[in-house]
Design a protein around this ligand. Structure first.
Ligand code: SF4
Length: 445
């Protein structure tokens, strides 16, 4: 059962030494209770406190770290719904390769994954993992292919095979890659657990139902291995939705540790629409790693964009740094546009300037990630604040232009801005970014 802040405080030294960054032991205890900090941050916690609080302060869904540099993380979620707080580690997207696929096809998939990047609101998105499924029966060939993929892509793998010898050979061959050994059943789990532990990989356990899965994870944890992932066996979209929800609800609401792990799902449908629906369900309902059956850039664009939306912190609007941005290759007398530092606004406006075919400067003051009208209503986008930001950025030394084009929605600040920015003329631009192109044509010919 989760302990309250007051119960936790009783186990702390109560010296209020502040070394943990909190002003008092009680403040630290409150953070610990809401799982915002780890007990190890307090250097004076007693053995007894570590024993009691260590388990209590574990996140309800264990964080599993993957990859050679341990950069890829799944799990550590604390809420059922994004609007309650935020989701922490986004669903990892993997692409499946079968060892029986022809060589040319495998090479093409590796190249495609290697070259694939998608840029969205300033973030560069890629495929994070590759699953290698064994359908043939040549253990050495399977291990060699695992090495080839690992060396070519330098991303962690998901080794998916019913054959222990093949998994063992591959797991040793890619030791240090921080990969996942998948599909461990009650018959194979004990051997695979040792292989995973010896080679620094995580282990995904599967079972026909949640009861059996719970009994396996309980036993494996008791045996001292806790680097676990859950691989649910579901036969329909409804069952997938239901099983994922039950497991996550049990972990978060009942602090039920045997289901407190991230999950792994292989999407096996090759029909594009069906596989996309299953993947969307996985991302919307707590999926840790989602393996797509094939590489399809059209599918990746929609899934990655959706994932970005789901995993964006609703309390922190995505922002770009406040500064003047070059759009194209502007020179000193290129036009100067103004917008806010809300990422979506920035990328739409800069995209539309680019589409208009001119090079320009896009000035972005600090607006705490608000859109134009919201920032203006909150007093963050006034003549005085914009003029102050422009002076602090040193824009007047960077450009000789003394005209600034402001968004049409805040035409009312033009007088205020001219007053605070002597020597500048304010031009009221279009209200909608989509009209920038026609505005540019009229103004700049
Ligand atoms: S470091 Fe430990 S003892 Fe010091 S204030 Fe924080 S919780 Fe209390």
């Amino acid at each position: 059962m989760a302990l309250t802040g007051l119960q936790i405080q009783k186990l702390l030294p109560k010296t209020n030494c502040k070394e943990c960054g909190s002003n008092t032991c009680l403040a630290f205890a409150m953070k610990l209770a809401s799982k915002k900090i780890e007990l190890s941050v307090c250097p004076y916690a007693s053995e007894k406190a570590i024993k009691i609080l260590g388990a209590a302060s574990e996140p309800p869904v264990k964080g599993i770290v993957l990859g050679k540099d341990k950069q890829l993380k799944t799990g550590e979620e604390t809420v059922l719904y994004r609007h309650e707080k935020t989701f922490v580690n986004q669903t990892i997207i993997a692409i499946n390769i079968n060892d029986t696929d022809n060589q040319e096809e495998i090479d093409k998939t590796i190249t495609n994954i290697n070259e694939y990047t998608l840029e969205r609101v300033g973030e560069v998105l890629t495929v994070e993992m590759i699953a290698l499924t064994q359908k043939g029966n040549d253990a050495k060939q399977y291990a060699d292919l695992a090495v080839k993929i690992w060396k070519s892509l330098n991303r962690p793998l998901i080794l998916n095979s019913p054959d222990i010898e093949s998994v063992s050979l591959a797991a040793v061959a890619i030791k240090g890659s921080g990969s996942v050994i998948a599909s461990a059943t009650k018959e194979t789990v004990y051997e695979l657990k040792n292989i995973a532990a010896d080679n620094g990989h995580a282990l995904a356990i599967t079972a026909p139902d949640l009861d059996e899965l719970v009994s396996i994870t309980t036993q494996v944890k008791k045996d001292g291995f806790n680097n676990l992932i859950l691989q649910f066996q579901t036969l329909s979209l409804a069952e997938q939705f239901q099983t994922n929800s039950i497991a996550r609800r049990m972990a978060l609401k009942a602090n039920f540790k045997p289901l407190g792990y991230p999950s792994l799902k292989f999407i096996k449908m090759t029909d594009l629409l069906e596989s996309t629906i299953l993947a969307i369900t996985e991302m919307s309902k707590y999926g840790g790693i989602c393996v797509l059956p094939t590489f399809d850039p059209a599918q990746l664009v929609s899934l990655m964009t959706l994932r970005l939306n789901i995993y964006t912190d609703p309390q922190k609007p995505i922002q770009v740094d406040p500064k003047p941005y070059p759009v194209g290759e502007p020179v000193k007398d290129s036009p100067v546009f103004l917008t806010t530092n809300f990422s979506l606004t920035y990328f739409i406006v800069s995209g539309e300037i680019e589409n208009s075919g001119i090079s320009a400067w896009l000035v972005v003051p600090q607006c705490e990630g608000m859109s134009v009208l919201t920032a203006w209503a909150a007093g963050k986008f006034s003549g005085a604040t914009i003029a102050k930001a422009i002076k602090e950025m040193g824009l007047e030394d960077m450009v000789t232009t003394r005209e600034i084009i402001i968004p049409g929605y805040v035409s009312q600040i033009s007088g205020d801005l001219e007053e605070n920015l002597p020597g500048w003329t304010v031009i009221v631009g279009p209200q909608e970014a989509g009209d920038i192109e026609s505005f540019v044509k009229v103004k700049f010919g």
